[in-house]
Design a protein around this ligand. Structure first.
Ligand code: GRG
Length: 322
């Protein structure tokens, strides 16, 4: 197909390290996140199939779900982690786009009537509302598989062993012992008479949302050929960040407003979800999220000033309003 011939096969034109240094030099986290989001929009636009042919509805739905919205948190983590090691920016963008595709697929499927049955996502009708259920399922499937095609292409990294490691990292984080497993635990929790206790809830959330966030940091480290010590430090940072993110998400469901958050709030709490808030209470949940942010920042110490943005991102994640 033509669209594959160019975006997926295009040779890297980036000067290794050049743009990566620009991201770390951004005057503020907001500027850096905006730049990363703009880069991601362009990369996703080029990697996603243009709507054409009798199957155009599928491609439109994949593009609708992936373009023009979201904080692009996971790609930002790939780009900022890769930049710590001055990794080639083209590879980091492609890896960032791949993880965002997985994230967008999970949102499409999570919103389906057989899962959370939501009408609003990123301030717009969910994919099954804007299209139909079958198209939404297929759009999620299409994004899931395209993500791995992008990672496995030589343009992502010249070294096949690195590409294979990226594929394994993302597959583990997204699969049955990661995001999909976490979603299954979430569904199982709904059918139980007794609610999950804190250790079970923590494992559920580490799998459901934490795994992908941690994988984003690891993918940056892989692209940057980070040594074991640096990889472990980023792993610990990603783990704490992922959990802090989920606690903040629970708090947003209780404290946020639908118009700002861009999805229906209050629903989880009404259904006995928002588990961290249910188990800890609002005040304790805030304290736990703040403690995790401080811990996440401590793991970045070996990287010095270069990790400033990642430290600020942890604080952003718990203070965000959407
Ligand atoms: C259905 C396979 C499958 C998995 C679903 C991650 C997940 C598992 C569902 C997402 C549902 C959800 C709202 C989870 C809470 C945490 C979360 C992932 C919030 C959305 O992530 P943000 O805030 O969203 O990064 P944006 O829109 O900014 O990208």
């Amino acid at each position: 197909m033509d669209w594959q011939a160019s975006p997926l096969r295009e040779p890297s034109k980036a000067v290794p390290g050049a743009a990566a240094a620009t991201l770390l030099d951004a005057p503020s986290l907001a500027v850096a996140m905006e730049a990363a989001a703009a880069a991601m929009e362009t990369t996703l636009d080029r990697l996603l199939p243009p709507p054409a042919g009798p199957e155009a509805g599928l491609y439109e739905a994949m593009r609708y779900a992936s373009l023009g919205g979201g904080k692009r948190l996971r790609p930002f983590l790939v780009l900022a982690s890769a930049a710590l090691f001055s990794a080639d920016e083209t590879g980091a963008r492609r890896a960032g786009a791949a993880i965002e595709m997985i994230h967008c697929y999970s949102l499409i499927h999570d919103d389906l009537p057989c899962m959370d049955d939501d009408n609003l996502r990123r301030g717009r009708p969910t994919v099954h509302k804007a299209f139909d259920e079958a198209t939404a399922v297929l759009a999620g499937d299409g994004l899931l598989t395209l993500a791995f095609e992008v990672l496995a292409a030589p343009e992502t990294d010249a070294d096949a062993a690195i590409r294979a490691a990226l594929v394994v990292e993302l597959a583990r984080a997204a699969g049955a012992h990661g995001m999909v497993g976490g979603q299954a635990l979430d569904l199982a929790a709904e059918c139980r008479a007794a609610p999950f206790a804190l250790p079970e809830v923590t494992r559920l959330q580490q799998w459901k949302t934490g795994a992908l966030i941690a994988a984003a940091c690891q993918m940056g480290a892989l692209l940057g050929r980070a040594d074991e010590t640096a990889r472990q430090a980023l792993k610990a940072y990603g783990r704490d960040l992922g959990l802090a993110f989920q606690i903040a998400d629970d708090l947003l469901d209780v404290e946020g407003e639908t118009a700002t958050v861009g999805k229906t709030v209050g629903k989880d709490a009404a259904q006995g979800k928002a588990p961290f808030v249910s188990l800890l209470g609002i005040e304790e949940a805030h304290c736990k999220a703040d403690a995790l942010v401080a811990e996440a920042a401590r793991h970045l110490a070996p990287f010095g000033a270069k990790a400033r943005l990642l430290g600020e991102l942890a604080a952003f994640v718990v203070n965000r309003r959407s």
